[in-house]
Write a protein that binds this ligand. Structure first.
Ligand SMILES: [Zn+2]
Length: 410
């Protein structure tokens, strides 16, 4: 299922502001009142929106407004999205509702000697039902969206390309079997056939795991779309970044996270999967800092090795921040819950910024452990429904290759 521009704008407004009446939706989106009425009916029929019952949802951007008359809201119980995260050695599959809320427990499956894409296809198909709207897939490394291929990635130890074709075929076949593909190109929510929510089948959104986290951060924080945000996820031996320009991940020449983790120092480290040594994500890892978590969590950061790792990381972050001049630098990941480490990291980054940038740059902390989770992957199709990105594949829909950069021109 996909949404057109007006449908996306209504869903995005309901996500940002919570429940709203049709009159409020008109004021918020600028869409003509009669069109708002038609679109709300379409979204309701498709099971994406419902009339409010009981306590109305309060959205992230809603401030100081009273309870609206006759409100509608995003339906949290009918439809669902599937998230699939590919990781080195395992995959995770789970479902969320259309507000990003987790449904049930995500399932982790070890790959072992099996074929990762075959196992992933089966895992996704096993959780598909007539309530499935779309599938989000995240993976570390580089992705060729036109060929739907995972290029250099830690999932394959960087050694060979593998196609997402098995997942695409599995989802298309399951969508057809479940009656989610309408020959007229429309996918009716209740199977009644009259829905105008466009695009038959089950859309698939594909991106790198850090961009999925960036999408999730952006849609759960009240950020002006015009802001440039550099989100950096920090974990033991894994540093990724998502550079969002005016709210959209920067396209570049190949789909990837912004490869901040492979910024190199001229020092010897164990070899990185990228084939080099000295990468900051090797320096900032238990490879070079034994008892990594313990040393970062200690009050006052007494360990000399930990302080050295913080200094190296801070210099890399400051260099990137000076280079791209973002409005916000978001430092994300579970290590950010170690207050003394986080304080020292922010202090050192600030100390190395150009002063005119430092005066304007907001540095935020987000201590969520959400890189490479099924939950974060499901935010990709959620963003698609709200018009923030295009799918990589949707059965029965011709997608122009020019739009396959994860961006939309809204
Ligand atoms: Zn590397």
């Amino acid at each position: 299922m996909r949404t057109d521009t007006s449908q996306s704008a209504i869903l995005f407004a309901l996500h940002r502001c919570g429940a709203m009446s049709r009159a409020e939706l008109h004021r918020e989106t600028g869409i003509r009142p009669t069109t708002v009425g038609v679109v709300v009916d379409q979204l309701t029929e498709a099971g994406l929106v419902r009339a409010c019952t009981g306590e109305a949802e309060v959205g992230v951007g809603r401030v100081g407004r009273g309870r609206p008359a006759m409100p509608v809201e995003i339906d949290p119980v009918g439809k669902h999205l599937i998230g699939l995260a590919l990781k080195p050695g395992w995959i995770e599959v789970g479902r969320t509702n259309l507000r990003g809320g987790v449904l049930g427990r995500a399932e982790r499956i070890a790959i072992g000697d099996g074929d990762v894409m075959t196992l992933a296809a089966k895992a996704v198909v096993d959780v598909m039902s007539r309530q499935t709207v779309a599938v989000g897939i995240s993976a570390p490394g580089f992705i060729d969206l036109e060929r739907m291929t995972l290029l250099m990635s830690s999932v394959t130890s960087g050694r060979r390309e593998i196609s997402f074709g098995a997942i695409v075929e599995g989802v298309d076949e399951a969508a057809a079997r479940l009656g989610l593909v309408d020959s007229g190109g429309a996918s009716g929510g209740g199977g009644s056939g009259g829905s105008s929510v466009s695009g038959g089948g089950v859309a698939i959104c594909l991106d790198t795991e850090v961009h999925a986290v960036g999408e999730r951060w952006r849609l759960t924080h009240h950020v002006e779309p015009s802001e440039d945000v550099l989100l950096v996820s920090l974990a033991d031996g894994a540093i990724g970044a998502s550079m969002m320009i005016e709210g959209k991940p920067n396209a570049g020449c190949v789909l990837s996270a912004n490869e901040l983790g492979h910024c190199r120092w001229g020092v010897a480290t164990p070899p990185c999967y990228c084939g080099h040594t000295g990468c900051i994500e090797r320096l900032f890892s238990s490879d070079c800092l034994p008892d990594f978590e313990t040393k970062l969590s200690e009050a006052g950061l007494p360990d000399a090795g930990a302080r050295e790792a913080v200094g190296q990381l801070a210099m890399v972050l400051a260099n990137f921040a000076n280079f791209v001049r973002p409005a916000r630098l978001v430092l994300a990941g579970p290590v950010m819950r170690y207050v003394d480490f986080a304080d020292e990291l922010v202090r050192q980054v600030r100390g190395q910024l150009l002063s005119v940038i430092g005066e304007r740059l907001r540095i935020e902390r987000w201590a969520e452990d959400c890189v490479g989770t099924a939950e974060s992957a499901a935010w990709l199709p959620l963003a698609m429904l709200m018009g923030q990105r295009v799918p990589a594949h949707c059965a029965g829909t011709e997608l122009s290759s020019g739009s396959l950069n994860g961006l939309v021109s809204t």
